[in-house]
Design a protein around this ligand. Structure first.
Ligand code: 5RP
Length: 218
């Protein structure tokens, strides 16, 4: 099975977690498959809260109402992909640059269902460069602080987030203690969000492989 077929399979499996109400929807190519699949159950949901302008456009194109999180209130379920995941359901996210809104929706949701293919499963997070969203005027300052922590930040040039900010992709981190590094980077002034999702990890990790979709978590 190729990677895209795995993404489609795991997205379809996540539909099993959708009952009714308002669904939190992430961003990325795996989630794009989920949005397609969601259109088949749109009669039984009230709509979606979206983590990016890109997902919003896709949801609206399929006739799924998109609501503001402030109006929606707490969500039962949030479905999103990841760039890396470990056995503790800690994640690296933000390859698509939507990490801040993704983190907000994950925080506001009762259950975070993360959908990945088996290439994303790792023993130690960090081979995928860690995205950090920064306020534009703080870019160089934050980059120096990340270097002091042992990383090699690279500015994702020609990219502006939906919030009008910049992304530094940090290479060279071997993230052996994800919650601790998440806190340390959060504490750097000028950082909006860091792409480590460990203090609020996924609750369920669905992983697509050649043998089908398996689940980690309760
Ligand atoms: C976007 C994300 C995505 O979930 C992550 O990049 C995975 O993307 P894909 O499903 O395309 O592999 O965090 O900010």
């Amino acid at each position: 099975m190729n990677q895209d077929s795995k993404k489609a399979a795991v997205a379809e499996a996540a539909i099993g977690y959708v009952s009714e109400g308002i669904i939190g929807v992430g961003t990325g190519s795996t989630v794009n498959h989920f949005i397609e699949a969601l259109s088949s159950v749109k009669a039984r949901i009230d709509g979606a809260v979206s983590s990016s302008e890109a997902s919003t456009e896709r949801l609206k194109a399929l006739g799924i109402p998109v609501l503001d999180l402030n109006q929606a209130g707490p969500l039962d379920i949030y479905v999103d992909g990841a760039d890396e995941a470990n056995e503790h359901l800690h994640l690296i996210k933000g390859g698509g640059g939507a990490l801040t809104r993704e983190k907000i929706i994950a925080a506001a949701s009762e259950k975070f269902v993360c959908i990945v293919d088996d290439t994303k499963l790792v023993d130690v997070l960090g081979a995928f460069p860690l995205p950090v969203e920064v306020i534009p005027m703080a870019r160089s300052y934050v980059a120096r602080q990340l270097t002091a922590l042992g990383g090699r930040p690279v500015w994702r040039e020609d990219f502006v987030t939906d919030n009008g900010n910049l992304i530094l992709d940090v290479h060279n981190f071997q993230i052996v203690d994800p919650p601790s590094l998440e806190s340390r980077i959060n504490d750097i002034v000028g950082v909006v969000a860091v792409g480590i999702f460990a203090r609020r990890p996924a609750d369920v990790l669905l992983i697509a492989g050649d043998e089908g979709v398996r689940k980690m978590g309760p």
